[in-house]
Write a protein that binds this ligand. Structure first.
Ligand code: ARG
Length: 461
């Protein structure tokens, strides 16, 4: 049985079940790298402030570096008897350096240590996820370019509504993922504040230099209140809310493309390598990645709920409940990373079924709105114009023909303001060209925004 670092006042060993129950090493070993970085900064600070000699700090840093390599190689032996990542590493230091190892924890508690590691970990995760969002945005821009001339039905209520340029559709997702990246970047500022030096809760009577540690670790500021520093987890709530929003956007897209990919709809074709078959029905090719992305969205929203419930009843300051903060954050991060990587690949390589889309665009009276606006430009009150176009569409529907095939005399029997120039706004391509407002599907607007994104995402051209 390993001797406990805190064993001084205990008269019997920990019950084995308690040891297993409380051990978090299988989870928090993911923070080994951050723990070692923070310990090195702490050791250097202790040397500056006189608690360690330069030689002791050097020995600690060198040994921490060795431990880091052993962990990376998989040769470091973790033990549940040492509870968590902090104790595992400290035990190794003591084993290798004796009293020098016993000095590292000077002016530090696991309470400020764990949340320092965790903040570094979340910061690293944000720095991993933001580029993945950029990469996904780039995929959407590339897809927009590959099918720049395609017009698709735009939907409300999943009913064909108005024609839109396919690049306009793609850029809608680019904007959404931009806000997601922006939210994470903003969240990063509040993550990037240093709790180390708060001690167990009230600080320390030993000389320390918190600013030095914060600078060494790349923190933008120190947390000013030690009670707050060890107890605050709102940075994780915020981070998980950011991830939940990413997943909601991915899930919206996945749902849409599952529909588009169905043989009934048949708008989009996914490469075989991103699909799987059925064990019983030989003809099937299923969009599993999209379905799993939609399905895993629940996990990330669940992680946010889980953490909120862990935090809900906690008085100041550290409570062991806080150990439960890491599993939801780690798991949600992995899910988002996996989903973003595959989403970028699928979006980049997707094929559109131009014929099917063109078919559908022709069918839906998607030019009805621009036709109505044509009447408004001719002086017909909007509500009256709406009524007139409604009647014309109803007749066309009965006869199974599109608006642009109606003869001018027939149009004029509904409204004498209609002139031969009406055909310039009928048909999907004309309708799209008729749009002009900022942010609309007007070709000039879409082109402008596409250029903007190419430049911003470094896509050249
Ligand atoms: N494994 C613990 C956690 O994740 C580290 C802090 C333990 N602190 C304590 N006072 N027991 O929260």
């Amino acid at each position: 049985m390993a001797k406990k670092a805190w064993g001084g006042r205990f008269e019997e060993p920990t019950d084995e079940r308690v040891e297993r129950f409380g051990a978090s090493i299988d989870v928090d070993r993911l923070m080994a790298d951050q723990d070692i970085r923070a310990s090195m900064a702490h050791a250097r600070m202790l040397a500056r402030t006189g608690s360690l000699t330069e030689q002791e700090a050097e020995d600690l840093c060198r040994t921490l570096e060795q431990i880091k390599e052993e962990i990376a190689r998989g040769t470091f032996r973790f033990s549940t008897a040492h509870e968590d990542i902090h104790m595992n590493i400290e035990a190794a230091l003591v084993e290798r350096l004796g009293d020098t190892g016993r000095k590292l924890h000077t002016a530090r508690s696991r309470n400020d240590q764990v949340v320092t590691d965790f903040r570094l970990w979340v910061r690293d995760a944000i720095d991993r996820i933001v580029p993945l969002l950029r990469n996904l945005q780039a995929s959407w821009v590339i897809l927009a370019d590959r099918f720049a001339d395609v017009i698709i039905p735009g939907y409300t209520h999943l009913q064909p509504a108005q024609p839109v340029l396919f690049p306009h559709y793609c850029l809608a997702y680019v904007e959404k993922f931009e806000r997601d990246a922006d939210r994470l970047t903003d969240c990063r500022r509040r993550v990037n504040q240093c709790p180390l030096g708060a001690g167990a809760l009230a600080g320390t009577s030993l000389p320390i230099d918190r600013e030095f540690v914060a600078r060494e670790l790349g923190f933008e500021a120190i947390l000013e209140n030690s009670l707050d520093a060890v107890s605050a987890r709102d940075f994780c709530i915020e981070y998980l809310a950011c991830l939940a929003t990413v997943m909601l956007h991915l899930s919206n897209w996945a749902e849409e493309w599952i529909i588009w990919n169905s043989t009934t709809w048949n708008f989009v074709r996914l490469p075989d390598r991103y699909c799987t078959g059925s064990s019983m029905m030989p003809q099937k090719k299923n969009p599993d990645v999209l379905e799993l992305t939609r399905g895993r969205t629940g996990r990330v929203l669940g992680a946010l709920q889980t953490l909120a419930l862990v935090l809900k009843g906690l008085p100041l300051t550290y409570n062991r409940d806080l150990q439960e903060d890491k599993p939801p954050v780690f798991a949600a991060t992995q899910t988002v990373v996996d989903c973003l990587e595959l989403a970028a690949a699928i979006v980049r390589d997707a094929e559109l079924n131009r014929e099917r889309i063109a078919d559908e665009v022709e069918r839906g009276y998607l030019d009805a709105t621009t036709f109505m606006e044509y009447l408004v430009r001719k002086g017909v009150p909007m509500r009256t114009a709406h009524e007139i176009v409604g009647k014309i569409v109803a007749r066309c529907e009965k006869q199974g023909k599109p608006l642009r095939s109606v003869k001018i005399e027939e149009f004029r029997s509904f409204c004498d303001r209609i002139e031969p120039d009406v055909y310039e706004v009928l048909g999907a391509a004309n309708a799209v060209r008729a749009f002009r407002s900022r942010g609309s599907t007007a070709p000039s607007e879409v082109e402008k925004r596409l250029r903007y994104w190419k430049q911003k995402l470094g896509l050249g051209g």
